[in-house]
Design a protein around this ligand. Structure first.
Ligand code: ADP
Length: 763
C-alpha cells in the first residue's frame, strides 16, 4: 500500500486567501482518523507517539487494531445507530492499544466518518455540563443590561475553564472588535475597552466561526502533525484522497499567521466561542492562557452551550430594544400623520406643542423649514446656520433624503457647530423651494483605544519579500474621533421616509385645494369687473340725460323758480356731475382688471420726471417741493400703468398736506440697499429680490386704524370737498395696478406728521 503525505506548507502571502478549513495537518494532542465505509482512509502522522503504531498499520488495520473487541463493538454500534452529522459527538473514553486514555469524538462529512482521539487525563471525574451551565444561565438571566450580561458571561466562562483571561468581543459593522467585558488574573494588563482592527480576524475565519462555534489551541508552540492518506482511495486508481475539510474538527491545525499573532501577544493557549446573532457573527468569547492548556470535551461542550445561550440572550435583548424603538417610531408617526390631516397649519402640526419631531426620531434637535419660515426645536445650530444649510442642501443632487454622521466633512461651515450637528438627517419636502425637515445629532467625541496601531495590522517582513506577518505591537494606541455623531439606524431612515411621504401627500392636497380656490376667485373677480363695467357703462347714458335736462332747466327756467327751487336744481346738477365722476372711477377700476399689461424695460427716473411734468402746474400752485432720488432703477413694467400709480400717489401726497412748505420725496429701496434707508421699514414677507418704491410726504398723516380702509373703493377719510375733493377710488385702482404687476402696496404714517406709501415691483 502506498501512503501520501497531505500537508502543503502554508504560504503567508495572503491571510485572507488561506484555506484554513483544509490545513492538511492537526494539533498534536490527539489522533485524527478518517473512515470511509468502515475502512481507514486518512490518519494523522502521530499514531506512533500516541498508540505505538505506525501510520501504515493504522491505515491497514483500521479501528480493529486500535480498540479491544468489546470497545470496538460499542463504537461500531454507536457509529451505525447514532445519527451522526457535522456536530461532533462524544462516544466514550477508552484506552487505545493499551496506551493511556483517549476521549473518542466522532462526526460525519459526507461519506466520511471523522474520529478524533483526544488524550484524556485519567481519573478525572467528568464535568456535569448541565448543572454547570444551568448555574451560569441563572446568573446571566439576573443581569439587567448588555454590559452586565457580557461581564457575567466572561466570569462564568472563566469559572468553567480556568483560563487566565476571558474576554467578550463585540464586532461593529466595519468589522472592528471591541472588548466589552473581561475577567482576568489580577496581575494581567486589562484589555477591557480596547478595539481591534477588522483585519485581525480574516474573512474566512469569521465565516468558519459562524459554522463551528468553538475552537481551541492547546499549545501555540505546537508542531503541526501532517495527515496521511491511503493512495488509490481517491476517485480513481492511484489517486490521493482529497484533503480533508476540517471545519468541524477540534484537532484542526490553525493558521501559522494566527499562531504567530498569539505568540506576539504573549498567549500560549487560546479558545474562542462564537456569539452568533441572526446568522452573523455578533462577537466572540475569547479565552487566553499564558501556558499550554487543553480543555476536555465535557468542559468544552459546557462552554459551547453557554455560548449558544448567550447568543440567544443577546439577540433577545437587542431585539427587545430595537422593537421598543420601532414601536415608538411607528406610534409617533401615526400621531404626526393624524395631526397633519387635522391641522391646517403644517408647521403647527410638526412642531406644535405636545408631541413633536423630537419625540419621533430620538435626537436632541430638529428643524422645519417651510415656506421661508424656520422653526427650531431643541439643540440645533442657529437660525442663520440652518438657513445657510438649506442653501447647501438645495445644491445636492436630487435627493429626497440625506443622512450623514460627518456633516463637517461634506459641508465645511458645519464644523463650526459640530457639537450640535455632526449628524444630519434631512428630508426634502419640495423640489422648488427650500423646504426641509431636519434632525440633528451632536458630535460623539470618542477616544478609541486600539489594541495596537490599527493602520499597521500586518507588517511586511524585513527580508524584503512580500510576505506578511501579523503585527507585533499590541501597545495601546489612542485615537480621538472628532466630528462624528452616532449613526442613523435603518429604522430611523425608513420612518423619516414615511413621514416625508405623508407630508408630501398633505402638501399636494393643499396645493390642489388652493389652486381650485384661486381659480374660483379669479373667475368671480373677472365676473365682478365685467359687471362693474357693464353697469357703469349703462348707467352713464340715463345719467347724461338727467344731467343735461337739469342743466337745461336751470339755464332756461331759473328765473321762473323761487330761490329755494333754483338751489335744489343746482344741487341736482352738482349731484349728477358727482355721480358721473364716480361712474368714471368705477369704469377705470374695472378696466384695470381687464386690460393686458404691456411691459417693457422702463427707466423709472425718466418716468417720474414725465409724471411730475404733467403735475407741474398744481405743484407750483401749491408750492410743493419735490425731491427725486437720482439713481432710480430700470425695471420691466407697464410704463403707462406705473405712471398712473406714481401720479396718484404724488397727487395725494400734495393734496393731503396742510403744511406751509409741502414736501414730497420719491425714491426706491433696491434689494441690496435696504440698510441704506434705516428710517424706512420693509416688513418681513416682502421678497428679498423685490425693488421697493416709495412716495413720502410731510402731510396730514393717517391714523393707523385707517391703514387698510383707505385702499377700499370710494372710501374717503374727509368731507367731500375738503383737500380738493376726490371720489375715494384712487388708492383702490393703485393697489390693483400694483398687484397686476405682482407687487404689493402698504402705508406707514404718523398722524399729523406725514405718510409713506410703499409699493414693490419685481426687479
Ligand atoms: P381720493 O380720491 O379721495 O384721494 P384715494 O383712494 O386716493 O381717494 O384716497 C383715499 C383716502 O386716503 C383719501 O380720501 C385720504 O383721506 C387718504 N389719503 C390718501 N393719500 C393720503 C396722504 N398722502 N396723506 C394723508 N391721507 C391720504
Amino acid at each position: 500500500m502506498k501512503v501520501a503525505r497531505l500537508t502543503e506548507p502554508v504560504d503567508l502571502t495572503n491571510c485572507d486567501r488561506e484555506p484554513i478549513h483544509i490545513p492538511g495537518s492537526v494539533q498534536p494532542h490527539g489522533v485524527l482518523l478518517v473512515l470511509r465505509g468502515g475502512v481507514a482512509t486518512q490518519v494523522s502522522g502521530n499514531t506512533e507517539t500516541h498508540f505505538g503504531l505506525g501510520v501504515h498499520e493504522v491505515l491497514d488495520g483500521g479501528l480493529g487494531v486500535l480498540l479491544d473487541g468489546d470497545t470496538l463493538a460499542r463504537v461500531q454500534e454507536a457509529l451505525a445507530t447514532e445519527s451522526l452529522d457535522d456536530n461532533p459527538l462524544y462516544l466514550l473514553t477508552t484506552p487505545v492499544c493499551g496506551q493511556g486514555l483517549f476521549d473518542l469524538i466522532a462526526h460525519r462529512r459526507g461519506q466520511q466518518v471523522i474520529l478524533e482521539f483526544e488524550a484524556a487525563r485519567s481519573g478525572r471525574p467528568p464535568v456535569d455540563s448541565y448543572s454547570q451551565v444551568k448555574r451560569s444561565v441563572t446568573r446571566l438571566n439576573a443581569t439587567v443590561n448588555l454590559a452586565e450580561f457580557a461581564a457575567a458571561t466572561a466570569e462564568e466562562v472563566r469559572r468553567l475553564t480556568g483560563f487566565d483571561r476571558v474576554m467578550v468581543y463585540q464586532f461593529a459593522e466595519d468589522g472592528t472588535g471591541t472588548v466589552i467585558a473581561e475577567d482576568r488574573r489580577d496581575d494581567l494588563t486589562p484589555f477591557l475597552g480596547l478595539r481591534y482592527p477588522a483585519s485581525d480576524i480574516p474573512q474566512q475565519a469569521r465565516a468558519l466561526y459562524v459554522q463551528n462555534m468553538l475552537r481551541i489551541i492547546a499549545d501555540v508552540t505546537y508542531e503541526p502533525v501532517p495527515m496521511f492518506a491511503r493512495q488509490g482511495d481517491g476517485e480513481g486508481e492511484g489517486d490521493v484522497a482529497e484533503p480533508l475539510d476540517m471545519s468541524y474538527c477540534v484537532l484542526r491545525s490553525v493558521s501559522p499567521i494566527h499562531l504567530q499573532y498569539l505568540k506576539n501577544m504573549g498567549v500560549n493557549a487560546s479558545m474562542s466561542v462564537s456569539l452568533v446573532r441572526g446568522g452573523a457573527l455578533w462577537g466572540l468569547i475569547a479565552c487566553h492562557h499564558s501556558e499550554a492548556r487543553h480543555l476536555p470535551y465535557d468542559v468544552r461542550s459546557a462552554c459551547e452551550l453557554l455560548g449558544q445561550v448567550a447568543s440567544v440572550q443577546i439577540s433577545d435583548r437587542q431585539e427587545r430594544l430595537t422593537r421598543s424603538y420601532q414601536w415608538q417610531l411607528k406610534t409617533t408617526q401615526t400621531q404626526l400623520v393624524e395631526r397633519l390631516a387635522e391641522e391646517n397649519d403644517l408647521l403647527e402640526a410638526l412642531v406644535g406643542s405636545g408631541m413633536n419631531l423630537l419625540h419621533f426620531i430620538d435626537t436632541p434637535g430638529a428643524a422645519v423649514c417651510l415656506n421661508g419660515e424656520v422653526v427650531l426645536v431643541g439643540a440645533t445650530p442657529s437660525r442663520e446656520q440652518v438657513t445657510a444649510l438649506t442653501g447647501w442642501l438645495d445644491t445636492q443632487a436630487d435627493l429626497d433624503i440625506l443622512h450623514t454622521q460627518t456633516l463637517g466633512d461634506l459641508y465645511g461651515p458645519a464644523q463650526a457647530y459640530a457639537g450640535r450637528a455632526s449628524g444630519l438627517l434631512a428630508v426634502k419636502l419640495s423640489r422648488s423651494r427650500h423646504d426641509y425637515v431636519m434632525w440633528f445629532r451632536p458630535e460623539e467625541l470618542q477616544t478609541v483605544t486600539w489594541g495596537g496601531d490599527p493602520n499597521k495590522p500586518v507588517q511586511v517582513s524585513e527580508d524584503g519579500t512580500d510576505r506578511l506577518t501579523p503585527r507585533q505591537s499590541f501597545a495601546a494606541w489612542q485615537e480621538t474621533v472628532r466630528g462624528r455623531s452616532a449613526p442613523w439606524q435603518a429604522d430611523e431612515l425608513e420612518a423619516a421616509r414615511a413621514l416625508r411621504r405623508a407630508i408630501m401627500a398633505v402638501v399636494l392636497r393643499r396645493v390642489e385645494e388652493l389652486g381650485q380656490l384661486n381659480e374660483r376667485l379669479e373667475r368671480s373677480n373677472a365676473d365682478l369687473d365685467a359687471f362693474a363695467y357693464i353697469a357703469s357703462h349703462d348707467l352713464k347714458e340715463p345719467l347724461r340725460g338727467l344731467h343735461n335736462y337739469s342743466a337745461y332747466l336751470l339755464e332756461e327756467y331759473e328765473q321762473q323758480l323761487d330761490e329755494d327751487g333754483a338751489a335744489k336744481l343746482r344741487t341736482l346738477v352738482r349731484l349728477t356731475q358727482r355721480m358721473d365722476n364716480l361712474i368714471d372711477s368705477l369704469l377705470l377700476y374695472s378696466r384695470v382688471g381687464r386690460v393686458d399689461l404691456s411691459v417693457q424695460p422702463t427707466d423709472l427716473g425718466a418716468l417720474v420726471t414725465d409724471v411730475l411734468e404733467v403735475l407741474a402746474p398744481r405743484l407750483e400752485q401749491l408750492n410743493v417741493q419735490v425731491q427725486v432720488q437720482p439713481d432710480l432703477p430700470v425695471l420691466t413694467i407697464d410704463r403707462v400703468r406705473v405712471g398712473e400709480v406714481l401720479s396718484n400717489l404724488i397727487t395725494n401726497a400734495m393734496k393731503y398736506n396742510d403744511k406751509a412748505q409741502p414736501q414730497v420725496q420719491v425714491g426706491a429701496i433696491l434689494p441690496a440697499g435696504r440698510a441704506a434707508h434705516p428710517d424706512l421699514r420693509v416688513p418681513d414677507g416682502v421678497p428679498e429680490h423685490a425693488c421697493v418704491l416709495f412716495v413720502r410726504d410731510n402731510g396730514i398723516g393717517i391714523r393707523e386704524k385707517h391703514f387698510e380702509n383707505i385702499f377700499r373703493i370710494f372710501k374717503r377719510l374727509h368731507a367731500r370737498d375738503q383737500f380738493g375733493g376726490g371720489t375715494g377710488a384712487g388708492l383702490t385702482i393703485v393697489r390693483k395696478l400694483v398687484e397686476r404687476h405682482g407687487g404689493q402696496i402698504w402705508v406707514s404714517s404718523e398722524y399729523g406728521q406725514g405718510s409713506v406709501f410703499y409699493f414693490t415691483l419685481e426687479s
